[in-house]
Ligand binder design. Structure first.
Ligand code: MG
Ligand code: ZN
Length: 217
């Protein structure tokens, strides 16, 4: 036991709890999606727009991860969707224990799709399985098109990537063709979406994909 490095033991314990979370979600017919991005990448805005688009079609709940504050959970509750805020108190990612506690506070029997909004960070969230079924990363246009070079791990680890704030493309240097090429080089099977939550461009395709992933109870 003591021969196993501490980091491996922590990740091993996390994986056991994540498997429990996944079983709990599946027992209730809930599809969990872990949303990861840098701070300001547009995670909460995309979740709010998606809630609007799926109104009457899928029942959604949200777990919000932030170092501090309940701002994001308050925004989700304000549109009538159950939300639990996790404050990590300084930790830069969510882990399966925190999510397990949050799941106990949600009406899972009345949820089809659970968004877990991770702490804004492109590095360690990918190392922690939360019990989700699908992993999604966001890159916003103002962050620049070099992120796949700098943070290859997250681009390689996710099922889908949503490029957000595409309405800013006329104003910000961002080579979308090169960006797509880099991302597909790291992850040939990735689903790519390009959306603007301001104009609504590209949202239909994203919402259609979520409809295919989830089942209405
Ligand atoms: Mg947020
Ligand atoms: Zn971290």
């Amino acid at each position: 036991m003591s021969q196993i490095p501490v980091v491996e033991r922590i990740l091993g314990a996390n994986e056991d709890l994540a498997a429990q979370n996944r079983r709990l979600l599946e027992a209730h017919g809930v599809h969990g999606i872990n949303i990861m991005a840098a701070p300001g990448g547009g995670k909460t805005t995309l979740i709010l727009r998606t809630i609007q688009a799926l109104q009457g079609r899928r029942k959604i709940a949200v777990i919000e991860g932030d170092i501090a504050s309940t701002i994001d959970a308050d925004k989700v509750r304000a549109v009538g969707v159950p939300a639990v805020q996790i404050n990590t108190g300084g930790n830069c990612h969510l882990d399966a224990v925190q999510v397990q506690k949050a799941l106990a506070e949600l009406p899972l029997e009345d949820v089809d799709l659970l968004f877990i909004e991770n702490v804004g960070n492109l590095i360690c969230p990918v190392a922690f399985d939360l019990g989700e079924h699908t992993r999604v990363a966001l890159t916003s246009i103002p962050e620049g098109d070099d992120k796949p070079h700098k943070y290859p791990g997250i681009f390689a680890a996710v099922d889908a990537l949503v490029v957000t704030k595409t309405d800013l493309l006329p104003w910000v240097p961002f080579n979308l063709a090169e960006f797509r090429r880099l991302v597909r080089g790291l992850n040939p099977d990735i689903r790519l979406f390009e959306v603007s939550c301001v104009s609504g461009a590209g949202l239909d395709e994203w919402v259609q994909w979520l409809m295919e992933l989830t089942v209405r109870k």
